[in-house]
Design a protein around this ligand. Sequence first.
Ligand code: PSU
Ligand code: MN
Length: 315
Amino acid sequence: MNPSSAESWLVRSAPVLAAQTAGRPLVALESTIVAHGMPYPENVRTAREVEALIRGLGAEPATIAVIGGRIRIGLSDDELELLGRSGQARKVSRRDLPAALADGALGATTVAGTMICAALAGIEVFVTGGIGGVHRGAQESFDISADLQELARTSVAVVCAGAKSILDIGLTLEYLETHGVPVLACGQDNFAAFYTRDSGFRADFRIDDPAQQARFIRTKWDLGLAGGVVVSVPVPEPAAMPAQEIEAMTRQALAEAGEQGITGKAVTPFLLSRIKSLTGGRSLATNIALVKHNAEAGARLALALADTARGAGPA
Ligand code: PSU
Ligand code: MN
């Protein structure tokens, strides 16, 4: 890839440009969670609150989307509103990015899509809700999120509340191990499970301190070990869903997806939306709480990473 040819596809917002020029740390945010992961108007409200939290901690948020044939790094309030309420935005992963740009379509970037764009824009930290992963029954469906392959190749730290609990978490961790993607747990030993705190699987490394997380990540990249790092931050205890309840709802939603023949990129939005209805909206409140919590962890990590000079080597 020639970075200078990619640069012509990027449009940075004025605040993002100002932050980058001043050397202030940036935090990338995705837009699939806005367009496909949450209903309107909670999606747009949450997106704005997440941006404000990051700004309040001294980093600059950069929500990423495809608008008018360009990759937009940083959106205005009107653009967020457009993405959140249009209902027409495409879900844009690695596969979809060239088409969305060539067509001039409105595109909401997934974790994979956002990682690509963040890396092109020189942003090292990205906050989401929960990463995609290996779906339950993947031995039949082959449904493995492109997020995992992206983590294997694109050098961005992804702060999340683990992998979404609709997935096979054990297989997701196996996949990440195979591809050399370290999973750092923050605040506990185990990998988080999105709506709940504990997936029942130990993370590879526990690092609570953002400065130490930053050292780990910088060392990986200094060594030329390209690829992402997963930073797992459990949902705050008061906002977590009861594990048994969420598991029962997940099984029901999965069964309905099967009956209705839902496949491909429609699977995850369908499951999140069904679980929201089945829990009477409580899973949405959990999702909002965990994203905000991740935003704080991501802003702290971005500040710490900015303090570790690129390529500086051992202290
Ligand atoms: N986190 C959330 N809600 C979401 C997502 C993440 O709290 O909707 C999105 C991300 O964009 C992620 C996508 O990349 O779900 C996974 O989709 P799939 O399983 O089709 O790869
Ligand atoms: Mn999929």
